[in-house]
Write a protein that binds this ligand. Structure first.
Ligand SMILES: Cc1cc2nc3c(=O)[nH]c(=O)nc-3n(C[C@H](O)[C@H](O)[C@H](O)COP(=O)(O)OP(=O)(O)OC[C@H]3O[C@@H](n4cnc5c(N)ncnc54)[C@H](O)[C@@H]3O)c2cc1C
Length: 578
């Protein structure tokens, strides 16, 4: 993909056993996931190799995903593989057409399952595979078009192994491969899959390769040091994704402790957005929710920090519920601050509290982050602004020093603050209110039972008011929350009328950072990524749905790794999208 300068070609690695050794990541593309056997074997081979790459990426294609029992059944004869299949099967749900990402093996094994038409989905890829397993079973799967689409996902030196049923004649496939720049090699034993390959090749075209991917970087960014400004869901998830790849990350926040902004929310809902036309927001939120649930499962205590209770979504129209309720079986409540702390405690991350960044400047090939007294707080090769609305002031300051950035910054979506107040109270034995067994959302939301300080509490909200307006009194916001609760759960709202009207409730207040199109902004702050200045902000009311997805996307772009969602969807998140 990257433009290769006209210099002597690097000799191809003839020893396929050593291919992933010592690398940051190894990227495998498999055109037929089938029941996952090849994936599980690759994962196991990688695990057993002490010299393995830090990350194993496996991108696999399927028209129809197998069921979770089929997945487990396919390798049940081998206890080691069965154990791996079990880990995947526990996350195996909602596999609609499109990309699905699974973070396995503490996030070190990353499976991207692409469901649908392989040729279309190959065009949505933005990475270069190190190894390709091509399954040929008919004229379509071995066609010139399919191989051209595959070649677009290869770098010089990518190894390809072709498998086909005995009856298949691979001479046409071999010709197509040669035509697309693959050098056919004598059959050898393929690695990492132990099955004998019918045809082996490596990508080594005689022509110069061009970057045909508009949003992909020219080359992977070498792993080094990064400063992340903001220790909320956005900053902490970015830090964790980078640290997993070996980056040394310093996370700075103006507050003393992490999650002091909107991510200090006592409890939030993890639930996808739904729309009749399944718009980009809906599809992205679906991907993001799956990733968030995986993180919750591996880092948090169920029942204490989060709970996969399922969430009932009520469609409220004109202040009344319609009959179109949606049950989200995977929906959950989650305490964001717990997750932020868990992410920040990963190896490779340093948290610096009481560190308000007022200015950014480049010195001697690195970024310096300065405080109000122009003292250098931190130096790093790259910077990610993950400080929500605080990013705007920093960018304005940078523009004063570097006005040449104005055309790039003008391409960012506008971001503004949206205040919110959440009403909550502890459950007590005297109340007659009957709460539902799971959260309900619609126009407003209710989380019925969350553990707090040795007891349980209910939460409902949240108000929504631009921070450009004078702040409404808390009691007005409580009453507004109660009015939203009425169509959602009329009987409960009636039973709770007294605490709402008397103002006996607790409140939690925060400000969301919202973009004009309600989608986060993730990406470089210049068209070329020349200086390594990125942003991950504007998570709006859906930080729990978007934070992991945005972090995965950012890290994937830095490392030329497979992206967690289709390129066409990722484009709508790109920071410089206007
Ligand atoms: C009332 C309310 C209810 C919500 N409910 C939900 C929900 O149910 N589900 C859901 O998914 N989302 C919900 N959200 C949204 C969610 O809380 C946010 O999307 C998310 O927390 C944003 O995370 P962030 O890291 O981008 O921002 P923040 O958490 O605000 O983090 C930004 C950090 O940057 C720091 N900072 C700012 N400027 C600087 C600087 N110059 N130097 C150093 N540090 C700086 C701040 O101190 C802060 O810690 C809700 C939000 C509110 C307000």
């Amino acid at each position: 993909m990257a433009v290769i300068p006209e210099k002597p070609l690097r000799p191809l690695n003839k020893d396929p056993k050593n291919t992933w050794q010592g690398l940051t990541c190894w990227r495998m593309l498999d055109t037929q996931f089938a029941l996952g056997e090849r994936f599980f074997k690759t994962w196991q081979t990688w695990r057993a190799d002490p010299q393995r790459s830090r990350l194993l990426h496996y991108v696999a294609f399927t028209q129809t995903p197998p069921s979770a029992p089929e997945l487990s059944g396919a390798v049940s004869h081998d206890p080691t593989l069965a154990h791996l299949a079990q880990e995947l099967a526990s996350q195996w749900f909602g596999l609609l057409p499109g990309f699905h990402r699974f973070l396995l093996n503490q996030g070190q094994v990353v499976l991207t399952l692409c469901v649908g038409d392989t040729s279309n989905l190959l065009r949505q890829q933005q990475f270069e595979a190190d190894a390709v397993a091509l399954s040929v079973h008919d004229t379509e799967t071995g066609s010139l078009w399919r191989i051209k689409a595959l070649a677009r996902c290869c770098r010089r030196g990518t190894r390809l192994s072709v498998r086909a049923p005995d009856v298949c004649d691979l001479s046409d496939v071999a010709q197509h491969l040669s035509q697309c720049g693959f050098a056919i090699e004598t059959p050898t034993t393929a690695h990492p899959s132990p099955a004998p390959a019918m045809l082996e090749a490596s990508f080594n075209p005689r022509w110069t390769l061009k970057n045909t991917r508009h949003m992909a970087l020219e080359a992977a960014v070498p792993v080094g040091s990064c400063a992340v400004i903001g220790a909320g869901l956005a900053g902490a998830s970015v830090a964790a994704a980078l640290a997993r790849r070996g980056w040394q990350v310093t996370v700075l926040d103006q507050a003393e402790a992490p999650a002091a902004g909107a991510s200090g929310l006592p409890v939030g809902l993890v639930v996808p957005h739904v729309s009749a036309d399944d718009c980009a927001l809906s599809r992205l939120s679906r991907s993001g929710v799956c990733l968030m649930l995986q993180q919750a499962r591996s880092l948090l205590v169920a029942g204490q920090d989060w709970a996969p209770t399922g969430v009932l979504e009520r469609d409220i129209y004109g202040g009344h519920p319609t009959t179109q309720d949606i049950w989200h079986p995977q929906g959950a409540w989650l305490k964001p601050a717990q997750l932020v702390r868990a992410w920040l405690s990963q190896p490779g991350i340093t948290f610096m509290g009481n560190s308000e960044v007022r200015q950014l400047r480049q010195r001697d090939g690195a970024w310096e982050l300065l405080d109000a007294q122009a003292k250098v707080l931190c130096r790093a090769e790259r910077v990610v602004l993950a400080n929500a609305g605080g990013a705007v002031a920093l960018l304005q300051r940078l523009l004063q020093d570097e006005p040449r950035r104005a055309p790039d910054f003008a391409r960012l979506p506008a971001m503004h603050g949206m205040r919110g107040l959440l009403s909550w109270a502890r459950h007590n034995n005297t109340s007659k209110a009957v709460f539902p067994p799971h959260p309900v959302n619609g126009s407003g939301s209710l989380v019925p039972r969350v553990p707090v300080d040795g007891g349980f509490a209910w939460f409902t909200g949240s108000s929504y008011q631009p921070d450009s307006q004078p702040e409404r009194p808390d009691q007005d916001n409580h009453l507004g929350n109660w009015q939203h609760l009425q169509p959602l759960l009329p009987e409960l709202a009636d039973a709770l009328q007294q605490p709402f009207e008397s103002g006996e409730l607790n409140s939690w207040k925060g400000t969301r950072c919202v973009t004009t199109d309600r989608l986060p902004a993730v990406g470089p702050l210049e068209a070329s990524d020349a200086s390594g200045l990125w942003i991950c902000a504007g998570l709006g009311s859906r930080g729990l749905s978007f934070s992991v997805l945005c972090a995965e996307l950012l890290a994937a772009r830095w490392g030329l790794e497979p992206w967690p969602v289709e390129a066409s969807l990722a484009k709508s998140l790109n920071a410089l999208r206007h």
